[in-house]
Design a protein around this ligand. Sequence first.
Ligand code: ARG
Ligand code: ZN
Ligand code: CA
Length: 259
Amino acid sequence: RRGPVVIPVVVHVVAGRDHPEQNIDDEQVHSQITVLNQDFRAANPDVSKVPDVWRDLVADTQIEFRLATRDPNGEPTDGIVRVVTDRPGFDHRDGVKSSRTGGADPWPSDRYLNMWVCQLAGSLLGYATFPGQPPHLDGVVIGHSFFGTTGTAAAPGNPFNRGRTTTHEIGHWLNLFHIWGDDDGACSSDDKVADTPNQADANTGMPTFPHVTCANGPNGDMFMNYMDYTDDAGMFMFTQGQLARMNACLEGARASFLA
Ligand code: ARG
Ligand code: ZN
Ligand code: CA
């Protein structure tokens, strides 16, 4: 591939009728796009915090994100769709992805990355589809207060205020697994990426280096990877091995974005 690939994005802002704060402003949407273009290009200011032992693994993915400038009918758009809903909130069951259930219908998933931003129930920050799931469900869903860096994401004390939930979910959308392999501490399954250390379980909060599990010393878990579960301020890298998986996805299941 020559030069960066640009993924057109549509952001569906689905807001409760009596909840104007859920109707996040354009600035907050733009702040998320800025974060994505930093994180996926290893241009994030905090990439300098990567421990020396892993500096050579840091990947500039050459993947960029732009709000769509044409809608599916070819008409000009700002790439932001706003829908008012009577639903108090949504969850992992995908109601936000259809107008029939109080959400917003997707744009064609072979040409746009659909992002839905809404009130999410409980402690869910966001979720994503992996490649190969049904087209009408394809995309990422993010709680409005974890989307971007301004507006409702800038609430005092919010540890998910740097837009990294969306970075993480797009990692899944490009076929990345959690860095600990989702095996509940067993060390028996990993993320199918060779250059990330085998790690027992998710890390949360702001761990200190090194954190050794699964006999992965002396360097331990790569908890500063976007595919772990730390606070937003604690995650700041993808690896070359993860990039290889993302590129395989872009050359396979999501090849329509390379055209
Ligand atoms: N799917 C994960 C959750 O909802 C997202 C975790 C994102 N982590 C973060 N620091 N933003 O729990
Ligand atoms: Zn995840
Ligand atoms: Ca690994």
